[in-house]
Design a protein around this ligand. Structure first.
Ligand code: MUC
Length: 88
């Protein structure tokens, strides 16, 4: 099942984010290599991304998103995707 996910990152001022960003990058790479995170784009001009996740259930997606080291600092909006009847 595909999900369109937008993540907006808001780091608190004064936080030393370097270790967190390194952990996030490693976790994102792991999830991309495993195939569950097939799409990841930066939103131009914003500290945000648009992602596609391919996971079996809502619960799986929640588990993955909440495992991200930046999860406490992101506003996340999820759109579940269904097959379009006109898709060939
Ligand atoms: O930078 C971001 O958009 C937040 C997050 C998503 C992937 C990643 O490496 O960091």
């Amino acid at each position: 099942m595909f999900f369109h996910v937008r993540m907006d990152v808001q780091l608190p001022p004064g936080l030393d984010a370097a270790p967190l960003l390194a952990q996030e990058k490693a976790r994102a790479a792991e999830l991309q290599r495993s195939g569950v995170w097939p799409g990841l784009w930066r939103v131009v001009g914003e500290y945000a991304n648009i992602s596609i996740f391919d996971v079996p259930t809502n619960d799986d997606l929640h588990e993955i998103l909440s495992s991200l080291p930046l999860f406490p600092y992101m506003k996340i909006h999820v759109t579940p995707l269904a097959t379009h009847p006109s898709k060939i």
